[in-house]
Design a binder for this molecule. Structure first.
Ligand code: 13P
Ligand code: SF4
Length: 354
């Protein structure tokens, strides 16, 4: 018979007490409520990677998706261990680019550009360690949704062209916010590269054609419907949303930015929120004096973020006192070093040090 929720929670709490400061449980805002409640810290991608990098814990259990745990594993010291309760928790964006495709794109673009001198790659943190390493080896940087603007500005100061990957929408939204003209933002479709590559000579920002299949579900018509049906409601969206949605919204920002924006708004405010539904539902529950609802109809969930259940967390924790590291995330040293350099350039770009 499946163990009851109360029993699982009690077991997790007991292991947390037993391991004390040796254990740090991190949870992304899209995780299930029962996981977020048991975590030592919840945050957006940038905050979570910072917490991991600053932690002295022996074990960091990362409740989120694989690229987040892998990023933590790149940033921690050698004696520290990062574990993920569900190794199959992927990310649609991270799956939309691999090093082979990227190498291929780089080679094709080298027909019209001096890629080593005039093309700097910027990888959204929603990528594998191998993709980050490719970027790091070419002087490029990583970014998260909350650091994208500073990182893209940093990259454009250093190079006439930037290859932003893999989220075309985050890339376009960020490039627009920096005032890059539309004709200088050019899409790169890894599955159908154009025969004539000359247009990339005019580009300032080249966008990999990837998108998050959760955020892509929000449409401009959803914003129009909210404006019609909920006059007075404000719209806050994640920058992975389509540019037509972002252009109609009142506010745009990372998951933590969305939370702060709603929390800091006056009592009685109404918010339509364009991001993953577990966060939206929690935000509504935590702000009973406000009206908080999804911009989407129906509201989209991230299937990968939903995978982690209490039983998965309990199982990883049960192994630790026995010396078993279930769900250990390992990054080969030759990949880790390159990926770390791309992540460190992100800290440099946002003025946070490495
Ligand atoms: P944040 O960095 O805003 O938490 O976003 C992570 C993510 O995967 C959004 O879909
Ligand atoms: Fe990846 Fe989208 Fe899920 Fe975020 S919401 S983890 S980008 S699939």
């Amino acid at each position: 018979m499946m163990e009851k929720v109360g029993g699982l929670k009690a077991r997790i709490e007991e292991t947390k007490r037993r391991l004390g400061e040796k254990l740090l449980i991190l949870a992304h805002h899209y995780q299930r409520d029962e996981i977020v409640e048991l975590a030592d810290f919840r945050g957006d991608s940038l905050e979570l990677s910072r917490r991991a990098a600053e932690s002295d814990a022996r074990w960091i259990v990362f409740c989120g998706v694989h690229f987040m745990a892998e990023t933590a594993a790149i940033l921690v010291r050698p004696a520290q261990r990062v574990l993920i309760p569900r190794e199959d928790a992927g990310c649609f964006l991270a799956h939309s680019v691999d090093p082979v495709q990227l190498r291929d794109a780089w080679k094709q673009l080298s027909q019209v550009l001096d890629v080593e001198r005039e093309l700097l790659p910027v990888a959204y943190v929603n990528t594998s360690a191998a993709v980050k390493a490719f970027v790091g080896a070419r002087g490029g940087a990583c970014c998260t949704s909350s650091s994208a603007r500073q990182v893209l500005a940093w990259a454009l100061e250093r190079s006439p062209r930037v290859f932003f990957l893999p989220d075309q929408y985050l890339g376009r939204n960020t490039a627009r916010s920096l005032g890059i003209p539309e004709e200088e933002i050019v899409l790169w479709d890894p599955h159908h590269p154009p025969a004539d590559l000359s247009r990339y000579r005019q580009a300032r920002v080249i966008l990999w054609r990837g998108a998050c299949n959760v955020h892509v579900r929000f449409l401009p018509q959803d914003v129009d419907r909210v404006r019609r049906e909920h006059p007075g409601a404000q719209v806050v969206v994640h920058p992975e949303c389509r540019p037509e949605v972002v252009a109609r919204a009142d506010e745009v920002g990372s998951t933590s930015y969305i939370i702060r924006t709603v929390q800091n708004s006056p009592s009685g405010s109404s918010w339509a929120v364009g991001t993953e539904q577990r966060l939206v539902a929690r935000l509504a529950a935590e702000n009973p004096d406000k009206t908080v609802f999804s911009l989407g109809d129906p509201p989209p969930y991230c299937a990968y973020m939903s995978l982690t259940r209490l039983a998965d967390l309990a199982e990883v924790l049960a192994g630790l006192p026995l010396g078993e590291e279930r769900g250990l995330v390992e990054v080969p040293e030759e990949v880790r070093a390159g990926a770390a350099s791309a992540l460190n350039r992100m800290w440099e770009a946002i003025g946070a040090g490495g």
